[in-house]
Design a protein around this ligand. Structure first.
Ligand code: FAD
Length: 455
């Protein structure tokens, strides 16, 4: 029930956030700061009580969009200074074990940060304890929703009881397989598509060195690009590395014995074997099945003035741009700006969010699909290196005029769709430039030839 808010003169809304993952926990903080009453419902146990990894990646790359949101809720400095490990570029591993570095930002030296998923999630939840207007309900699984009525039914997984609650606004931040989104799909004109890519991922681990340090240079995202597949590694706080192998499922399936697995690693990732350790490699590889990767596009994101989906629930993307969480955090920032702009008028806020956000989330979804090809294959090609050198040079010359694609996505808050348009424009300019240079060189060559042989 909307009522006068004790924190300010605005209306205090009663909001239920479904899902206390990264995005839901952050959204609860944004809403709490605005003085609204927030009830956060989470299917699983409180992550602060079960800090071990829950499937999904153990660490994540945090970049500017995510940092900006964390700054808004007062947690950026802590995450970056106390917990984040800066990664200044891609460190590429060749099959002979030698490596070279491709900086993310050779000019302004910006970094992305490797952060622990569970640590960040726990930190966001812990911060919500500072607000008396946030209530947290763990072990509550959403099983039924009447979005137009603002009513939700949860199953308490520890007691098997059900509980039905209502609110002014329901925010579904319940991930790629969102139950809130499922309820939205019953609405007419709700467009939805999902794509499972044919590649899956499996996580391995490089432990810390005997002296407690890192076994590889720490401040990089390490990549072993092998054309059709790749392996990457991100550093952890305890000096271990989370290593992720991305590969077609049929390739995973073929590696069904210890001998085949080791022969495969000897051929493609020989330098990683002593780092991971043969025994641990075999154990970890066969301990779990590779996980699938899904991308979801849908719209609109809201139902009237009652319900909204954000984060992976609205736009799960494949992880190759390191933007899934960052984009979800950006949802929360944009939503907060709309609360401000429309003075808590939910009909206006939800409508504008839906109408303006989809183009950018579709764009990052497409960019993430493209970046897999860049990371596993293109990075090793001369054409990629040439283009990157050109981009870096012009960016150095004209930093406000020419921002390369990766920089605009990762180190700016330029809308994702504009990042793509910007890149298309740069492609056209470079094409013309190369044409002019080519014609100039041809004419110059012809003139020189004529002078030399005919005069
Ligand atoms: C391998 C991999 C690597 C990645 N790397 C990066 C990276 O480097 N950088 C980056 O920005 N992003 C990365 N991502 C993406 C990132 O993990 C997601 O975008 C992010 O976790 C989305 O957060 P979310 O809160 O929307 O969803 P989730 O993290 O999925 O959280 C949803 C929450 O809702 C709960 N829930 C689900 N159903 C219900 C229900 N019925 N009732 C109640 N609660 C429910 C879940 O238990 C969960 O806690 C990566 C993803 C993968 C798979």
């Amino acid at each position: 029930m909307a009522m006068q808010n004790g924190y300010s003169n605005k209306t205090q809304l009663d909001v239920i956030v479904v899902g206390a993952g990264l995005v839901g926990s952050l959204e609860a903080l944004y809403l709490a700061k605005r003085g609204h009453r927030v009830r956060l419902y989470e299917f699983r146990e409180d992550i602060r009580k079960t800090p071990q990894a829950r499937g999904r990646s153990i660490n994540l790359a945090l970049s500017v969009r995510g940092r900006r949101a964390l700054k808004d809720v007062g947690l950026e400095t802590h995450m970056i200074k106390e917990h984040g490990i800066p990664m200044t570029g891609r460190r590429i591993h060749r099959t002979d074990g030698s490596t070279y570095v491709i900086p993310y930002d050779a000019n302004t030296k910006q970094s992305i940060y490797s952060v622990g998923r569970n640590y960040l999630n726990g930190l966001l939840l812990q911060e919500s304890e500072q607000y008396g207007n946030v209530e947290r309900y763990f072990n509550h699984k959403l099983i039924e929703a009447n979005l137009k009525k603002g009513s939700l039914t949860f199953l308490k997984t520890d007691t098997n009881e059900t509980v039905t609650v209502t609110a002014d606004l329901i925010i579904g931040a319940d991930g790629a397989f969102s139950a809130v989104r499922k309820a939205m799909m019953k609405q007419p004109f709700f467009d939805y598509s999902q794509k499972y890519i044919e590649h899956g991922y499996l996580e391995l681990c490089i432990p810390p060195a005997d002296n407690g340090g890192f076994l590889m240079p720490a401040n990089y995202l390490h990549i072993w690009p092998r054309g059709e597949f790749m392996m990457i590694a991100l550093p952890n706080q305890d000096c271990s590395w989370t290593v992720t192998l991305f590969m077609p499922f049929d390739k995973f399936k073929n590696l069904d014995t210890e001998e085949k697995l080791l022969a495969f690693f000897e051929k493609y990732f020989p330098d990683s074997i002593p780092l991971i350790g043969k025994k641990k490699l075999v154990e970890d590889f066969f301990a779990v099945k590779p996980s699938p990767l899904v991308a979801v596009k849908c719209r609109p994101y809201h139902v009237e003035d009652k319900a909204l989906i954000i984060g992976d629930a609205a736009h799960a993307v494949v992880p190759f741009y390191g933007q899934g969480m960052n984009a979800g955090f950006e949802d929360c920032t944009l939503l907060d700006q709309l609360f401000q702009k429309h003075h808590d008028n939910l009909a206006e806020i939800l409508k504008e969010f839906s109408e303006t956000r989809w183009e950018d989330t579709f764009a990052i979804s497409d960019l993430a699909m493209y970046n897999y090809i860049e990371m596993r294959d293109l990075v090793t090609r001369p054409s990629y290196k040439f283009r990157k050198a050109m981009d870096d040079f012009i960016f150095w010359l004209l930093p406000n005029f020419w921002v390369p694609l990766y920089n605009s996505v990762t180190f700016s808050t330029m809308p994702y769709s504009l990042c793509i348009k910007n890149r298309e424009w740069q492609d056209r300019v470079l094409k013309k430039l190369l044409k002019i240079v080519g014609i100039g060189a041809l004419i110059g060559g012809a003139v020189a030839f004529k002078i030399k042989y005919y005069s």
